[in-house]
Design a protein around this ligand. Structure first.
Ligand SMILES: [Zn+2]
Length: 234
């Protein structure tokens, strides 16, 4: 774009996180929950893990990226989905999920980031999906559900009654049959605790661009409307 002086990257270029931006915003972290290993999810993870000593929870693919940057093994918890990890004051349920249906449903990848890689890695090396996960965090009597993308496995959502949901709300959700309706019919959407949406977040295009939306308390029609509103700015 005219006037945009940022570097253009190719797949074989080294993937370099914006360390200054990370350091300006992230001072501490105890855990990093990674949903899949595409570069837009994993690029910053090694830097944050090395800086904060946070534990990285993710797939074997994700942990292979962390290993390439010498994140210590004791900071890695490798999961595949289905685990329910107890940490004393909180717990994390790891939920098998599905990647967004990109390329008009043609997106599919069974690749994972390879073992034995050494940093610096290229964008191509940190792009195998490695499987997609969602997470349920239970903390001080509240539950937060974090979607893995613009998709989910309906049966994995049954019985979950979160207080807050970070829903994948990008336009590719339109490739999924009755994305919002099925969510409403599951206990996630039908929970009485789902109510008023925090307007400022939903009306903030930047928030929508992060492909997630926060749902807290309230009406299901509001959920559907806001999903639609969000998709319009994507
Ligand atoms: Zn992805």
């Amino acid at each position: 774009m005219p006037g945009d002086s940022r570097q253009v990257y190719g797949w074989n270029d080294v993937a370099t996180p914006d360390a200054a931006a990370i350091d300006a915003h992230i001072k501490r972290a105890d855990f990093i929950l990674v949903r899949h290993t595409h570069y837009d999810h994993v690029l910053d993870v090694p830097h944050i893990a090395l800086k904060t000593y946070a534990t990285v929870i993710g797939t074997e693919s994700t942990e292979n990226v962390a290993r390439a940057y010498n994140v210590p093994e004791e900071q890695l918890i490798t999961v595949r989905g289905g685990e329910d990890c107890e940490f004393g004051v909180f717990s994390i349920k790891v939920i098998p999920s599905l990647h967004s249906a990109l390329d008009h449903k043609r997106y599919f990848s069974s690749e994972k980031a390879r073992e034995g890689m050494k940093a610096p890695l290229t964008l191509l090396q940190i792009h195998p999906e490695g499987g997609t996960l969602a997470y349920l965090l239970r903390f001080h009597g509240s539950q937060i559900l974090v979607f893995g993308g613009m998709n989910y496995i309906e049966r994995e959502m049954e019985g979950i009654r979160p207080d807050v949901v970070l829903v994948g709300a990008g336009s590719s959700r339109r490739e999924i049959h009755d994305y919002t309706g099925r969510l409403e019919l599951s206990s996630v959407g039908a929970a009485d605790s789902l109510g008023q949406f925090p307007g400022p977040l939903w009306s903030d295009p930047a928030a929508c661009h992060r492909s997630s939306a926060i749902l807290r308390g309230g009406s299901q029609s509001g959920f559907a409307k806001e999903q639609g509103d969000c998709a319009q700015v994507l």
